[in-house]
Write a protein that binds this ligand. Structure first.
Ligand SMILES: Cc1ncc(COP(=O)(O)O)c(C=O)c1O
Length: 378
């Protein structure tokens, strides 16, 4: 975890990467170069292995940020006369609803409170109420508040009822366990710059091969045609259009480090420790978490903003940044919050340093994190 003097990103992607990952970008690659194309193929193989997909699943990489890959998954997997159920407990679920509307796919927007997880029972009830639904689009960790949804419960309901399942595992892939044996899905989307700890610029969709074959001719968009990207790669080993070469090289290095660390269980253990150190430290300063611990994923933590009337996020952000740490604004509609990511090439010591930086920021700005509670107690 050797770094330079840049501030530490406590944001859920882009995030802080290791020096080894950054160094992997110090070379230019040609898109026809066989050694580059071998890297792409090796990455795809490794990504399928992360979910135990074996020979039944394939990974299709796609240029762009994570949303491009989510949009591609919906546009390829859901037929034009399909109907998508989106259990909506946050900003990234809401984005999927928007994507469906852009693509002209019928959508059922099912509101779920932002501090509560989606469960198999939530989905079963919605499917009972509307037999016309063909697919469920489920966000695994809703990065808006940081809630962990019950993906396995949802997948089992979808399988039992013969419904397609598209998973947005953007902020959970490689950190939280996902195995196709217990959590079968049609398509799962994630990206290079999240828990794999690569740099941003490449999304990917892991699809059941039988589903991928059925996608031929379904895409609304040439650039996002996953079936075409896959067939072309199978035939030529190349990307259809200019590949994000440096991103791919960095991802190869990041996946090697992921394996060296001990894969998904080790990554989850580190992020869980990061999250614990952060929450314990922030609570000792008087901050309150938005979510109860039972539904908190160890990915990103939403804290209530200090109740002090002098608090302004921008000043708080700037003062913490001066101390070396970049926080993230809240993404909730009803309450004022800020977020702190636990992911990236950082460890629990770093999280304790973050808490010290926040304590210094409170003192420097003359703020009290727990003013509301003190007033109540008085
Ligand atoms: C759950 C989830 N879905 C989708 C996205 C969108 O990814 P991007 O901002 O890379 O387009 C994010 C980004 O953090 C996310 O956390």
């Amino acid at each position: 975890m050797i770094r330079g003097n840049d501030p530490i990103l406590l944001t859920p992607g882009p995030l802080t990467t290791s020096l080894t990952t950054k160094q992997a970008m110090l070379r230019d690659w040609g898109s026809w170069d066989a050694s580059f194309n071998r890297i792409t193929l090796s990455i795809c193989k490794d990504l399928v292995e992360v979910v135990g997909g074996g020979a039944d699943y394939a990974c299709v990489p796609l240029q762009g940020s994570g949303t491009f890959a989510v949009e591609a998954a919906i546009g390829n997997v859901v037929p034009r006369d399909g109907k998508v159920l989106v259990p909506n407990n946050g900003a990234y679920c809401a984005r999927i609803v928007k994507i469906c509307r852009y693509l002209g796919r019928a959508v059922v927007d099912l509101p779920v409170p932002e501090d509560q997880p989606v469960t198999g029972a939530t989905i079963a009830a919605a499917l009972d109420a509307d037999p016309g639904i063909t697919h469920v689009a489920q966000v695994h960790c809703e990065t808006g508040a940081g809630v962990l949804n019950d993906l396995t419960g949802v997948a089992q309901v979808c399988q039992a009822r013969g419904k397609g399942l598209i998973v947005d595992a953007m902020s959970s892939f490689a950190a939280l366990p996902i195995d196709v044996a217990s959590t079968p899905f049609d398509a799962l989307v994630a990206a290079s710059g999240k828990c794999l700890e690569g740099v941003p610029g490449m999304g990917f969709v892991i699809l059941r091969k039988a589903v991928l074959e059925g996608c031929a001719g379904n895409s609304h968009s040439l650039a996002m045609d996953l079936h075409d990207q896959y067939s072309y790669m199978q035939k030529t080993t190349q990307w259809r259009f200019t590949p994000p070469t440096h991103v791919v090289a960095a991802l190869r290095a990041a996946i090697d480090q992921f394996h060296q660390e001990g894969g998904q269980p080790a990554r989850l253990a580190r992020y869980t420790e990061n999250c614990r150190a952060l929450i314990d430290g922030m609570r000792s300063l008087g901050f309150r978490t938005y979510l109860p611990d039972a539904v908190q994923a160890p990915i990103i933590v939403t804290f209530h903003a200090p109740a002090d009337p002098a608090y302004v996020f921008k000043a708080f952000y700037e003062a913490t940044r001066e101390r070396g740490y970049i926080l993230y604004p809240g993404k909730l509609t009803q309450v004022e919050t800020f977020r702190v990511g636990c992911i990236g090439a950082i460890d629990a010591n770093e999280m304790r340093n973050v808490v010290t930086a926040v304590a210094q920021t409170l003192t420097a700005l003359g703020l009290h994190a727990d003013l509301a509670r003190r007033r109540l107690a008085a």
